[in-house]
Design a protein around this ligand. Structure first.
Ligand SMILES: O=C(O)CCC(=O)C(=O)O
Length: 275
């Protein structure tokens, strides 16, 4: 069976393993991105067409220059749900992670207002900093889906190339705004190669949970919007380690599973093989 979209080739998988990231050809149709854009407007105004508020949604009165972010938009609106379930995304993730099945871990909807405010930036961090206390292994991957073209001007995603091999943990902070100083603190003298991902709307970038990444302020003409679809190997087991746990661990136990079990509840739907 040939897929209706281009899956990562063996060379692409090797690139992902070496660099810790990979950018796909166009995978998401413009109509779906337009629907997500409208859905994000509705979420920020407090309207959830699937009935459930995402967690941490923006409140009117919050700093208008700062980044707006909410988790699990797929439970709040049909359009974001369609994006999270868009089959090519999880199919590419399965190829890159080389696993049999993919489940959703969570999504994040992200809106970076224009105006250049440093509080719209995203500090350097690894996703593992936030997830590693709750899962057994880093068999996870993020698919980042911008709703419009992205470039260094409008605050595209930035990766420290190959940093997934460096096991960087300390100093990772999504909320940091002193990004240059932060990067120096984390990487020390030698520094690292920062890659600004330049993408056309419809492309998807994938990164390892161990890869250091962040994004700068938005100096473009309009908001820079994206959904990060955080995915895991469907067989990944939960664990409890260190001091901080992700809220998914509480949800797993509240759903009647035990720490050590895989995340086999509707909260974490199987996205590949496509349902
Ligand atoms: O949208 C951004 O700038 C940050 C996204 C991010 O941190 C992620 O996708 O893991």
């Amino acid at each position: 069976v040939t897929a209706a979209w281009p899956l990562p080739s063996d060379d692409d998988v090797a690139f992902y393993e070496e660099h810790g990231w990979w950018v796909s050809p166009p995978l998401v149709p413009p109509e779906l991105l337009a629907a997500c854009n409208e859905a994000m407007d509705r979420v920020w105004s407090g309207h959830f067409d699937l009935g459930e508020a995402p967690n941490g949604y923006f409140n009117p009165g919050d700093d208008p220059g700062a980044i707006r972010k909410a988790n699990n938009g797929w439970r709040a609106t049909r359009a974001i749900r369609d994006l999270v379930f868009h089959a090519p995304i999880a199919a590419c993730a399965a190829r890159l992670l080389q696993c049999e099945s993919i489940r959703l871990w969570e999504d994040q909807i992200l809106d970076k207002p224009t105006g250049g405010d440093p509080s719209a930036s995203v500090g350097w961090h690894t996703d593992w900093t936030y997830w590693g206390g709750s899962v057994a292994e880093p068999r996870m991957i993020t698919a980042w889906v911008p709703y419009q073209d992205v470039n260094p001007t409008n605050g595209t995603l930035q990766f420290v190339d190959k940093s997934h091999r460096a096991r960087i943990g300390d100093g990772s902070d999504f909320l940091a705004t002193d990004r240059d100083a932060q990067l120096e603190r984390i990487l020390g003298e030698g520094g690292g190669d920062v890659v600004d991902v330049d993408m056309r709307a419809g492309q998807v970038s994938f990164h390892s949970p161990m890869l250091l990444h962040g994004s700068g302020p938005n100096l473009g003409p309009s908001a820079r919007r994206a959904t990060a679809v955080h995915l895991m190997d469907g067989a990944l087991r939960s664990a409890r380690r260190g001091e901080t746990q992700h809220y998914n661990l509480d949800l797993l136990e509240a759903g009647g599973l035990r720490v050590g079990d895989a995340f086999e509840l509707d909260q974490w739907p199987v996205l590949y093989p496509a349902p």
